[in-house]
Write a protein that binds this ligand. Structure first.
Ligand code: PEP
Ligand code: MN
Length: 337
């Protein structure tokens, strides 16, 4: 149930509507827009007449939310969500770049990566300390020691940190060291993890699963939001198809589809989306042209020696070329980068 309050509705009127919704058995989530306050009533109740609420004082209109995801739906927040982290706005007209190696390997590598990332104009450094590897014999990440290295390099270069959380036991550690907690493709439907992330108050970057539909991605976002954490960034990172010439098939069309269906910021990861560094730049350009609010890319001071995902990792000069090119694309569509 979605209740849109009139422009200038008083707090008392809004509170009355909230109480009525609670009485009816709904859990109420509130979104305060520039003009209207929107109340999202989430609950198992389907069969009641919206007119009951529509006649209440201060109410502009009332609708049943037909999509299976409610809080993630654009109807809940038509203007779009802007996630603020310090001076960084994610979801605004400026495209946000997040970059860094696949894995945190050692201090020297991260120091050098931070230099590359900051000088290219990206605002967020990435790097995994807990790695979801296909083989149990592959490098599994440096853990807390890695997070400490990443945080300190980021602070020295004025960068924010995004890093992956693989299960709920790691949340306190990631909460301490990272500004954004990444949920990887393999965990997009780890509902216990998503529920726990709903309880924290830090942005979550949710990657699309390799076999997940757009609707399933939005339902996973809904898991986090229904716990009260509304700061979710969605990430298109390629899906598995019959095509074998790229590691995954980068679903560029999912970007405008998501932008229509949800108010959440949408970013794109052309590194995992293609698996080959030569295709990362064209797909980064395409993602920005398609309306992505940001990019997540892998860059390493020496990708040939990277412990993981070297083949899809940009060389430093390719990264700086990408940053320049996306600025031109952003300007062409009335945005900045
Ligand atoms: C990563 O970002 O390094 C990663 C493991 O990504 P994904 O979950 O999209 O495979
Ligand atoms: Mn990777």
């Amino acid at each position: 149930m979605l209740v849109v309050m009139q422009e200038g509705a008083s707090e008392a009127q809004t509170e009355k509507v909230i109480s009525r919704l609670v009485e009816m058995g709904f859990t109420v989530h509130r979104s305060t827009g520039v003009r209207h306050t929107v109340l999202g009533g989430v609950g198992p109740i389907d069969d009641f007449d919206p007119a009951i609420l529509e006649v209440m004082e201060g109410v502009k209109e009332c609708h049943r939310i037909v999509s299976p995801y409610k809080l993630a739906s654009r109807h809940f927040k038509p203007a779009g969500t802007i996630i603020k982290i310090g001076s960084l706005d994610i979801g605004d007209s400026k495209i946000v770049s997040m970059a860094g190696p696949c894995s945190i390997e050692n201090q020297e590598q991260i120091e050098s990566a931070a230099e590359i990332v900051a000088s290219g104009g990206a605002r967020v450094i990435r790097g995994g300390a807990f790695k979801p590897r296909s083989s149990p014999y592959s490098f599994q990440g440096m853990g807390e020691e890695g997070l400490r290295i990443l945080r300190s390099a980021a602070d020295r270069h004025g960068l924010l940190v995004v890093s992956e959380v693989m299960d709920q036991t790691q949340i306190p550690l990631l909460f301490e060291y990272a500004d954004i907690l990444q949920v990887g493709a393999r965990n997009m439907q780890n509902f216990n993890l998503l529920r726990e992330l709903g309880k924290i108050r830090k942005p979550v970057l949710l990657k699309r699963g390799v076999a997940a539909t757009v609707e399933e991605l939005l339902l996973s976002a809904e898991y986090i939001m229904s716990g009260g954490n509304y700061e979710v960034i969605l990430c298109e990172r390629g899906i598995r198809t019959f095509e074998t010439s790229t590691r995954n098939t980068m679903d560029i069309a999912a970007i405008p589809v998501l932008k229509r269906l949800t108010h959440l910021p949408v970013i794109a990861d052309p590194s995992h989306g293609t698996g080959k560094r030569d295709y990362v730049l064209p797909m980064a350009r395409a993602a920005v042209a398609a309306g992505a609010d940001g990019l997540l890319v892998e860059v390493h001071p020496d990708p040939d020696r990277a412990i993981s995902d070297g083949a899809q990792t940009l060389r430093p000069h390719q990264f700086s070329e990408m940053m320049q090119q996306i600025r031109a694309i952003a300007a062409a569509i009335g945005r900045a980068a």
